[in-house]
Design a protein around this ligand. Structure first.
Ligand SMILES: NC(=O)c1ccc[n+]([C@@H]2O[C@H](COP(=O)([O-])OP(=O)(O)OC[C@H]3O[C@@H](n4cnc5c(N)ncnc54)[C@H](O)[C@@H]3O)[C@@H](O)[C@H]2O)c1
Ligand SMILES: [Zn+2]
Length: 390
């Protein structure tokens, strides 16, 4: 397939775009640690020339999943081969879904790379949602004690959250994300146009993290996300290569990056990104992971804001504003029918953030600003108050 022929909107892959990289708002670059996050429509069609500039490796290993491979892998492989003729390009698609984010998948990928005689001069390209990013990143973190990797997130959640911050890893039977590493990518390359094939339920779930970024740090951004959210979810009003979507994703990355840069190892301010997640994780686990993470943390954000108001931390009206924003894009705001408060509290007690009978949560002061207590962002809450909002 020749770039440009299968899609009339798409400019031909002449390589010239590297020099005419369009100015904002149609493309944005956010500085992360020693690397950048590039948000640019149709970027994945130019992965070849981009990687040629960004990494020098003899072998490029593209790790993706079966759902993402179908629409995108052939074009990407072609672009990589055209632009990196001196490099070997290998690719592997794992089955899609959280249940494949395991040590077995990690082992199968690393064994395959060893069988292919990949050496230290290998770079890993993670092409997919958060599952692929986490497991491929963990492969990169551990293969030959660490090789470079590039994140190409294709779900909204992976674009605005999972690909930013350097956390990689796998799940174990004892719990999610319990084995992993910090391994920063060489670059994060975001092509918003691929969201057109992401199922609407996953677009909505990803929006929960987008809205969270607004609630914890930027009230005006929350309004902007609420305005374009419904069209993004149902796919009716969004220009997949438009400036609005570029801005939405870029600002979210920027908010997460600003927080993570101040606190790479999660000792202080990074806790604010856990807003909605203490109760949300309990809801997610109690649903047996039938609820998407974003749907669970949506209700978690509403209940945690209610808690913040109840204990006098948040301005009156905060939880109503949070619930309005989430409901506007179709996210849930109440507990699923039949979910027991006792079971949720038990789950939270087992969570590593609980200390004895008290709980530590990141809570809002108002929309756009999180509360602090003695300079820290973890607010201690009694079990009675927690139970009262469930
Ligand atoms: N490392 C971190 O800091 C961090 C942060 C948040 C979440 N996570 C992890 O991210 C994971 C969740 O990520 P997710 O929601 O992206 O899940 P996912 O990777 O399972 O992707 C969701 C579904 O969408 C499909 N998909 C992805 N992009 C697509 C596209 N463009 N077109 C069509 N289908 C597409 C996938 O195949 C999958 O079926 C969890 O494992 C979570 O622990 C990690
Ligand atoms: Zn989350």
């Amino acid at each position: 397939m020749v770039a440009g022929q299968d899609n009339p909107d798409r400019p031909p892959d002449t390589g010239e775009w590297m020099h005419i990289y369009p100015p904002p708002p149609r493309s944005r670059v956010i500085t992360l640690f020693h690397h950048g996050a590039h948000v640019r429509p149709w970027l994945l069609n130019y992965l070849g020339p981009l990687l040629e500039k960004l990494v020098s490796a003899h072998t490029l290993v593209v790790i993706t999943d079966e759902e993402v491979a179908k629409p995108y892998l052939p074009t990407i492989i072609e672009s990589l081969q055209n632009w990196n003729p001196g490099a070997r390009t290998l690719s592997r698609a794992i089955p899609s879904g959280e249940r494949h984010k395991t040590r077995d998948t990690w082992a199968a990928l690393t064994d395959w790379m060893l069988a292919e005689r990949c050496g230290r001069d290998t770079a890993v390209v993670a092409l997919g949602g958060g599952v692929v990013g986490d497991v491929a990143g963990f492969v990169a973190a551990t293969f030959m004690r660490g090789v470079p990797f590039v994140q190409c997130p294709t779900s909204l959640l992976a674009m605005v959250d999972a690909s930013v911050g350097g956390k990689v890893g796998v799940d174990t039977p004892a719990g999610k994300n319990l084995v992993g590493a910090f391994h920063q990518p060489t670059a994060v390359l975001v092509d918003p146009t691929v969201l057109r094939t992401l199922p609407p339920s996953h677009r909505r779930a990803g929006l929960a993290e987008v809205l969270k970024h607004g609630i914890v740090a930027d009230a005006a951004y929350l309004d902007q996300a609420v305005a374009i959210g419904p069209g993004l979810v149902d796919g009716t009003t969004t220009e997949w290569d438009g400036a609005e979507l570029v801005d939405l994703i870029a600002r979210s990355i920027e908010i997460k990056a600003e927080v993570v840069k101040q606190d790479e190892r999660e000792a202080g301010i990074r806790q604010i990104l856990n807003f909605g997640h203490t109760i949300g994780h309990a809801i997610e686990a109690e649903s047996d992971y039938t609820l998407l993470h974003g749907d669970a943390i949506s209700t978690g954000m509403v209940l945690e804001s209610t808690l913040a108001e109840r204990i006098g931390i948040a301005e009156p009206g905060t939880s109503a504003a949070v619930a309005r924003a989430l409901a506007a894009v179709g996210l849930p705001t109440t507990l699923p029918d039949g979910m027991s408060p006792d079971a949720l509290v038990e789950r939270m007690r087992a969570d590593k953030k609980a200390r004895a009978w008290r709980f530590m949560l990141a809570l809002p002061r108002r929309v756009g600003e999180m509360a602090t207590d003695a300079g820290g962002y973890g607010i201690t809450v009694d079990e009675t108050d927690l139970r009262a909002v469930l």
